[in-house]
Design a protein around this ligand. Sequence first.
Ligand code: GUN
Length: 309
Amino acid sequence: MAANRLDGTACAAAIKSELAPRVSAFVSQHRRAPSLHILLVGDDPASHVYVRNKERAGIETGLQVTVRRMNADSSREQVLGMVHQLNDDPTCDGILVQAPLPASLGRAATQDVFDAISPVKDVDGFHPLNVGLLVQGRATLMPCTPSGVIELLERSKIAIAGTRSVVIGRSEIVGKPMALMLLQRDSTVTICHSRTKDLAGIARDADILVSAIGRPGFVTPDMVKPGATVVDVGISPTADRQLVVSLFGVASERMVGFDKKGTTVVGDVHPGVWSVAGAMTPVPGGVGPLTIALLLKNTLAAAESRAAR
Ligand code: GUN
C-alpha cells in the first residue's frame, strides 16, 4: 500500500491563513505592516528564485517585503554595513541574508554575517544566541525548514514522543536544529552523516526518518522500516534525464513533465520508498512550501515581540 502523502502545500496554506488576522491586528495597532528585509548578494540563480518566492509569499500575507540586491563583488564590510543599517532601523522587523554568499567573500563570511544580525530580527534563527536558546528548548525564532517539518508532523497527527528518529545530514540550517526539535519533543534521535558506518541499518530503525543531504534518490526502500514516516528535505533541481528515468521509470508521469520542461526537482528519497513508508512528503510539494510559511510566521513573531518590548 502506498504511504500517506504529507501535503506541505496544504499545510503551508493553513499556516498562512492563520497568520492573516494577526497581520491585520498588527497593522491596525501600529499603522504599518510587519516588515521583512531580504539581502541577496550575487548572482546565484537558485537563490534568486528562492528570494522571489519568499518575497511573493510575504506580500500575499500582508507583510512589507524589501529585497536589497548587492553585487557579487560586494565586500564583506559592505554586506556587514547593510546588516548593521537594518539592525538600527526601527521599522525593520526581520532580516534574512540569503545563503550561500559569493565564495569570493571567504569561507567564514556567511557565519560572520549571520552573527551580525540582531538576534531579535533573526528570522532564520541562525544567530548563536537563538541556536543556544534552541538547545535549551526555549527559542522563539527557530530555523524555518525544521520548524516546518515539525508543523507538518504535528498537524498530520504523527506522534513524535517515544519514537526513534533518524536525521540524515548535520547542517546548521536543517540537520542539527531538526534533531534538537525532535529531541525536545521526546523522540530518541540519531544524526547520520557522511562518516556514519552502517547508515542504512541505523535508518532502518527509524520511526521518523528525515533526510537533508541533497543527494537525489539516496534513501532507498531497503533503508526504511515498513510503516515509518519519511520526510524528504532534499530539493535538487535537475536537467539530467538519465537520473530522472532511473528514479521514476521511463513511462512515469514525472517523465512526461520532464520532457515538456527539460527540468524537474527531485528529493533525497527514492520514489520506491512510497510503497514501504506509512507516511511521506512528496518533492515538490512537501517541505519546500513550509520553509517559506515558517519564515513569514517568524517575521510576524519578531514584529510582535519587538512591538511589545
Ligand atoms: N539558503 C538555503 N536555505 C536557506 C535558509 O533557510 N535561509 C537562508 N538565509 N539562506 C538559505
